[in-house]
Design a protein around this ligand. Sequence first.
Ligand SMILES: Nc1ncnc2c1ncn2[C@@H]1O[C@H](COP(=O)(O)OP(=O)(O)OP(=O)(O)O)[C@@H](O)[C@H]1O
Ligand SMILES: [Mg+2]
Length: 270
Amino acid sequence: MSEKELRERTSSGNKKLDSMMDGGPLRGSVTLVIGAPGTGKTCVGLEFIARGITELDEPGLIVTFEHFPKKLLRDANSLGLDLEEMERKGMLRILFTSPEIFFEQAQAPGGLLDTMVQELGAKRILIDSISHLERLASDPVRLREIAFTFINALLRHGLTAIVTQEDRDITGDMVAAQYGISYLVDTVIVLRYVELDSKVSRALLILKQRASAHDKAIREFNITGKGLSIGDPFTDREGVLSGAPRKKEIEAFMEVFGKKSKSAVKGEVD
Ligand SMILES: Nc1ncnc2c1ncn2[C@@H]1O[C@H](COP(=O)(O)OP(=O)(O)OP(=O)(O)O)[C@@H](O)[C@H]1O
Ligand SMILES: [Mg+2]
């Protein structure tokens, strides 16, 4: 991949996310999408692959260690994405395998990854999820090496990639250390559950994006029959990433004491 190509931006498959990402992910970059079960990691990945095909004509490869291809097709369908049709047209391949086999094959020149990328002319890849690589070793140093080798294998092919990772905490304070491979990837997108007024909502944040002026806001998002719908930042809340945000003091005050006290806050007399 040329220097010029590496400075080009491509699409995440979601226009709002692209605008948050300073125009979109850089070509040949790796984005980690991390979140608790059901937060929408696979949805983000499926949009990335499917819209890459339908809107940019970029063939895509999905490697899954956990979802049977049939389940993936069904999940994609519920987002309005017809993966079967894309497979039929030769623009998509879904590989359902074990982390052991894939890791071995990803390193080997002429291995499964090389072959599939070449045959398909793949430009994008989704790995769902990289958490399964943890099965390959128990030693943290060895695990780091494995993650490093793995990410490099993706970069070697010049693929723009999304890898998903499971966050064990459903809610709770964000601890940077738990984002195991964050330092290896270009972009980290965090998905969280947030309890708001006795209802569970979802929040999305771009934690980092190399070489980009990315959006820093924590935004509410929904998963719909048309894919991800990203909304406004949680401006009147604090502690959103803790999962149980508090209203900012002033907002809470206004809610309880209303308009009359607004002037009192300013020191005015009614
Ligand atoms: N068409 C739809 N309309 C509304 N919500 C949907 C729709 N399709 C999926 N969802 C929501 O998306 C959730 C699953 O999202 P997804 O599979 O991407 O999560 P995940 O983070 O990959 O989970 P896991 O860790 O279990 O793989 C469902 O639980 C459901 O709430
Ligand atoms: Mg998933």
